[in-house]
Design a protein. Structure first.
Lengths: 168, 264
């Protein structure tokens, strides 16, 4: 019962702060204390509401399109319960999710010159590379899922978006 | 030292901190941080023992940092009893305020029938059994002080409030119309868990008469207790919050000759 109950309610695809345990364990371990949100200097971390589901109510989420994670790495060490791995210090080790480019809508893939996501990626030249035709390609091995690309994409509906989840 | 005045001071201080800490955090000052689930004073972390224990149950691991952060409140409870409830908890402060207001209007509400702590422990155990089964931090969702402090922070940070506050509204409604001080006295799992940490030398209200300290049978103490306990009888623990209202009331009548005192 337990597993089904939580699984049904966790398919919300919420982007979690850096160092978060896999979703089901995260929901169980997070005590909803809000310390990670309080320590975030960018206001990137918000507390999920009941509308996101009772199982995730009060847990920290990042809405990258509004405010992405700038990988300052202040939140993992303040987590009292270990729902965020406190030992995580290196931003390159973060695995919040993976960015995906929609080649159907991406300007560069439509032959318009645009390199916003490439330019703003904090792992510049590693997580997003430009191919020989100057189109952005995500390197899944390097992408940390911070969502800065999703935030910066000039299209109304971003052509690059983070798919949450630490499991690779 | 006037117990009531001192206690009101700590209650107001708690409310000030609940508001001030997120404001400071938002402005980059993080010396004090957190909520009434888990609080950080610089490098010292303090976690509500029930919240910490619940996490042990949901994760089936014992995180050393988490366990260490539960030590201070457990020691406080062992030394001074449930003073968190009576002297700090914002829900208790709200409930006390509601109760005083209601009494002024003369609204009659019954106390719950039970005068023992047994039902509240049944509820606590039920919550602790359901917690690992659901894989959810149920105690967090039912911690009134935690919800109040997190929602104040949410208001300061995001400018919105969450539906978690519904619990607080239900508690106020319940205490207004159904059972006087019903949440704190019979249901709250945070208080129940703190009530476990108590032994022979834990601070308590003691009724002891001798040649000088004679009870006038005025019942001012029992009237003063919002939890409906009678300090002149035995068996007031572990429901008693050590708020000291009864001692203050007794002091008004008998001054230094009062038979009610705090004693370790």
């Amino acid at each position: 019962m337990s597993i089904r109950c939580t699984r049904e309610r966790m398919n919300k695809n919420l982007l979690r702060p850096p160092g978060a345990l896999p979703e089901r364990e995260f929901i169980a371990a997070c005590i909803r204390c809000g310390k990670c949100a309080q320590t975030c200097p960018y206001g990137s971390i918000r507390m999920a509401s009941l509308l996101d589901g009772i199982a995730v109510m009060g847990t920290p989420v990042i809405q990258a399109r509004k405010t992405p994670c700038y990988l300052c790495m202040r939140c993992p060490p303040v987590c009292p319960s270990g729902a965020l791995k406190r030992s995580l210090k290196d931003k390159e080790q973060v695995r919040m999710g993976t960015a995906e480019v929609s080649r159907k809508t991406c300007l560069a893939w439509q032959d318009t010159l645009c390199r916003s996501c490439y330019d703003d990626c904090p792992l510049m030249g590693e997580a997003i590379t430009m191919n020989t035709e100057l189109r952005p390609v995500v390197n899944e091995k390097k992408c940390v899922g911070c969502g800065i690309c999703e935030n910066i994409c000039p299209l109304e509906e971003p052509a690059i978006a983070v798919k949450p989840g630490s499991a690779r | 030292m006037n117990i009531t005045r001192l206690r009101k001071g700590t209650q107001i201080l708690t409310i000030i901190l609940v508001i001030l800490v997120p404001v400071l955090n938002k402005n980059g000052i993080t010396m004090l941080m957190g909520s009434l689930y888990s609080f950080a004073v610089g490098p010292v972390w303090i976690t509500d023992p029930l919240i910490g224990f619940q996490t042990v149950l949901t994760t089936m691991t014992a995180d050393r940092t988490l366990l260490l952060s539960m030590v201070l409140p457990v020691v406080l409870a062992l030394a001074l009893g449930r003073v968190f409830c009576g002297w700090a908890c914002p829900q208790n402060t709200i409930s006390e305020f509601v109760d005083v207001a209601v009494m002024k209007f003369g609204l009659k509400r019954p106390f719950g029938k039970s005068t023992t702590a047994f039902p509240r422990y049944v509820i606590l155990v039920a919550i602790l059994i359901a917690t690992p089964l659901l894989g959810l931090p149920l105690a967090s969702l039912l911690s009134a002080p935690g919800i109040i402090s997190v929602q104040v922070a949410k208001l300061i940070y995001e400018g919105t409030l969450g539906l978690e506050l519904g619990l607080i509204a239900v508690i106020i409604f319940f205490e207004l119309f159904l059972v006087r001080r019903g949440w704190c006295n019979y249901l709250c799992p945070v208080g129940s868990f703190l009530g476990i940490f108590r032994f022979k030398r834990t601070l308590k209200v003691l009724f002891s008469e001798d040649a000088v300290h004679v009870c006038g049978k005025c019942l001012a103490c029992a009237d003063a207790c919002q939890l409906g306990l009678n300090p002149m009888e035995a068996g007031t623990y572990p429901q008693c919050h050590n708020c000291g209202s009864c001692i203050s009331a007794c002091e008004k009548m008998k001054a230094d000759k009062r038979p009610l005192v705090f004693k370790f």
